[in-house]
Design a protein around this ligand. Structure first.
Ligand code: COA
Length: 707
């Protein structure tokens, strides 16, 4: 990304409004009015072929008639005219385009959008939109949009894929008391997209937190890479997570990937903090834009009422930072300011007796104590205290503590006086909320951010870096796929699938095809008993239903009898079924059933899934995803992600399962679907049997569906 080029687009020193109008209410009228009203210090050039003046400013028939340089042109003419206008902008040497006009891919005119981008590119121009509101920047006093209000000034930057929402958020920012320096509307993202903007905002001196409202990413993988590298927190609200691709899915994994699970995994891997709804997006933005990450899990709560303290403690558990008792020396230090009837454990309860001096002393003491990683201060408005006194005491405590690397969030519960004090606290850099659970949720965002980025993370940091396995045979895997394609198939048989898995070092149960009874016996003798026989037919998907599976065969006689029985049942089940033969497979000893799956997600590409078999996947949908590839360490962490994780750890007296071996299999599998991403649409290893620690795992059945 060229930082300077985007600077020209997003921090323009001159703006031409093409389609500027004198008719109140028109978008071309609003755009000029907004640039005037916000006291934009740059040059504004209204462009209109019929008018000499627009809202008092000299107007020009075309950008080519403008005497000075133009950084940005806003395109506010009907879509059909934008190509010609873009040509003129190119010839004029305009740096960037803000294409407000609608009528492109969003209504099926992708062709027009492509032509627009191609025209802009020919002249080296970057393009925001089309189908957008525009951009706003408080520090540049620039409202190059048709949204009538600038947001409350602050340190966050908002990127929104919805224009209406962006305009609503400008005004909502005042009510919610959350400040933004910039708001950027991205619309169809025909050229500049989330990734470009995050990269740019990450270097922007005025931005401390990047807030995004996203419906879908253009290039999910690129966004993930940029987000992972970003130095500033990113908080995202993702909409449209229902029924994503689920209907069209051909496999278990595809069906499970619905409801945004892949997005959840991808954004988590990228270290993006999530917001659950719009309110939460504002609340988390406020904390992330004003406070440092919470580099540890010791959260201290100070309150003047038992009730709010307990509410906050409940919320802390709900949001993943359960409270711990303060260490003895901290309790002793706090005791000096807390009455006997109060508590110093955590939450610390100053009781109704607590006034500003107690807040000052306890907040300072807690912040300075090395055990404390983050602080939530709660205040119930009572007759005894003026909320403003408490607010000043909290601010003073923070300043006097000299501590700048621990976050603090505040909640005041009260009336108009409390509201005023809260506003003052926010203006002074302390995120403040109207309810204790919201303050805790906000500090949890700073905790999540720190955890995802390994800032003081509890325990050993996970190695996210993936090093490819060298002992894999990609050529062998590709040869098997090519053979299947040569016969016109877009799927691999179980035997072929297993060979591909084996080529990547996954522990598959040896399986071979027998075309005659004698062959079956021979294979069984070579593999060793017991064995399993399974019907191999492209027309029989559910082998057991067709009487096509016989297990635990312990002798040549068993194999012969099973072979005949399988063929007979298969023919009875489906007389016209094409039968390729019978698969002979080593019978794996029983173990804990798990499923490894993959999909090629339209946004993020090859993605792995892990879950326990049986009811866990069928009924509880207890699965977890990761965008591939993932290291074995990362895979190990993934195993702990599901609710059924204790079963692998050794629940109810069972020996712990071989999670190390399973994690390696998962990591190898992630490499397989990455390497063969151009071939494999979906796949699974189902079931995989996992044995006790040190005894590995076995892929019993496998399936690969080609693209
Ligand atoms: N150069 C400069 N000005 C031109 C021009 C050109 N080549 N061609 C026409 N104009 C002038 C028109 O004369 C008109 O000025 P006037 O009011 O003085 O007559 C002005 O540009 C606008 O053109 P008009 O044809 O009246 O269009 P419009 O204002 O009705 O609609 C859009 C234009 C872009 C607003 C409309 O097509 C549109 O896309 N609306 C939706 C935009 C939107 O909502 N985007 C964000 C979604 S989140």
């Amino acid at each position: 990304m060229d930082f300077e080029v985007l600077n020209g687009l997003l921090r323009p020193k001159s703006v031409a409004v093409i389609g500027a109008s004198n008719t109140p209410g028109k978008i071309g009228y609003l755009a000029v009015k907004n640039l005037i009203d916000c006291n934009y210090p740059g040059r504004v050039y209204p462009i209109n072929p019929k008018e000499a003046k627009i809202q008092g400013l000299p107007a020009y028939p075309s950008v080519l008639d403008v005497p000075g340089e133009i950084d940005v042109a806003m395109l506010i003419v009907p879509a059909a005219r934008t190509i010609a206008v873009t040509e003129e902008c190119g010839r004029k040497g305009v740096k960037g385009l803000i294409v407000v006009a609608s009528g492109y891919s969003e209504i099926g005119r992708k062709d027009l959008e492509d032509e627009l981008v191609a025209t802009a590119r020919r002249y080296g121009m970057r393009l925001l939109g089309p189908n957008i509101v525009g951009i706003m920047c408080n520090s540049d006093k620039c409202n190059a949009s048709f949204g009538p209000f600038m947001p409350l000034p602050g340190k966050a930057a908002m990127i929104s894929q919805s224009g209406a929402l962006l305009i609503a958020m400008t005004v909502a920012s005042y009510v919610r008391n959350v400040g933004f320096d910039k708001m950027i509307s991205v619309g169809n993202m025909a050229d500049v997209n989330f990734g470009d903007l995050v990269e740019w905002l990450d270097q922007d001196a005025q931005t401390t937190c990047i807030t995004i409202y996203v419906e879908g990413f253009q290039n999910g993988r690129r966004f993930l890479e940029i987000a992972r590298r970003a130095h500033k927190p990113i908080v995202a609200l993702k909409s449209g997570v229902s029924a994503h691709g689920a209907a069209a899915a051909a496999s278990h994994t595809g069906a499970m990937a619905g409801k945004g699970k892949v997005y959840d995994a991808a954004l988590q891997q990228a270290g993006v903090v999530r917001a659950s709804d719009l309110n939460n997006l504002f609340d988390r933005t406020l904390a992330l834009s004003l406070q440092p990450p919470m580099a540890g899990s010791n959260l201290m709560i100070i309150s003047n009422g038992g009730g709010v303290g307990v509410l906050a403690a409940d919320a802390a558990e709900r949001y993943g930072i359960p409270l711990r008792f303060a260490p003895d020396d901290l309790q002793a230090a706090l005791r000096a300011y807390v009455p006997e009837i109060g508590s110093v454990k955590n939450p610390a309860d100053l009781t109704g007796m607590g006034g500003w001096p107690e807040y000052l002393a306890t907040v300072k003491t807690a912040l300075q104590h090395p055990w404390v990683h983050g602080l939530v201060v709660l205040f119930c408005e009572t007759q005894r205290n003026d909320p403003m006194d408490i607010a000043s005491a909290i601010k003073r405590a923070v300043d006097e503590s000299g501590v700048t690397d621990k976050p603090i969030a505040v909640s005041f519960i009260g009336g108009a006086e409390a509201e005023r004090a809260m506003k003052w606290l926010v203006e002074n850099g302390l995120p403040t909320y109207g309810a204790p659970d919201i303050a805790v949720n906000a500090i949890a965002a700073l905790h999540e951010y720190a955890q995802m980025h390994g800032i003081g993370r509890d325990g050993e940091p996970v190695t996210e870096e993936f090093t490819p396995y060298c002992d894999v045979d990609a050529d062998a895997a590709r040869a098997i796929i090519a053979q299947a394609r040569a016969t016109g198939r877009v799927y691999l048989s179980e035997i072929e699938s297993k060979k591909v898995f084996a080529a990547y070092g996954l522990p598959v149960a040896v399986t071979e095809l027998a075309k005659t009874e004698d062959e079956a016996v021979q294979l069984a003798e070579t593999m060793g008993y017991p064995v399993v026989l399974k019907i191999m037919s492209p027309d029989i998907l559910h082998k057991s239903d067709a009487g096509g599976v016989k297990i635990n065969l312990r002798s040549a006689e068993d194999v012969r009898a099973a072979y005949r029985a399988i063929l007979a049942s298969a023919r009875a089940y489906k007389p016209d079924a094409r039968i390729e033969g019978v698969a002979v497979q080593q019978m794996a000893p029983s173990g804990t059933e798990v499923i490894l799956g993959s999909i090629n997600d339209p946004t993020f590409g090859p993605t792995v899934m892990f879950g326990l078999g049986g009811i866990f996947i069928e009924i509880l949908k207890d699965v977890t995803f990761r965008v591939a590839p993932i290291s074995a360490e990362h895979a190990l962490a993934m195993l702990a992600d599901i609710q059924g994780a204790p079963l692998l750890a050794g629940a109810r007296g069972e020996a712990p399962r071989d999670r190390i071996a399973l994690a390696e299999a998962l990591s190898r599998y992630s490499q397989m679907i990455m390497d063969l991403g151009d071939e494999i649409a979906e796949s699974d290893a189902n079931p995989v049997l996992v044995y006790a620690e040190g005894h590995g795992s076995k892929v019993v059945d496998a399936r690969i569906i080609l693209r």
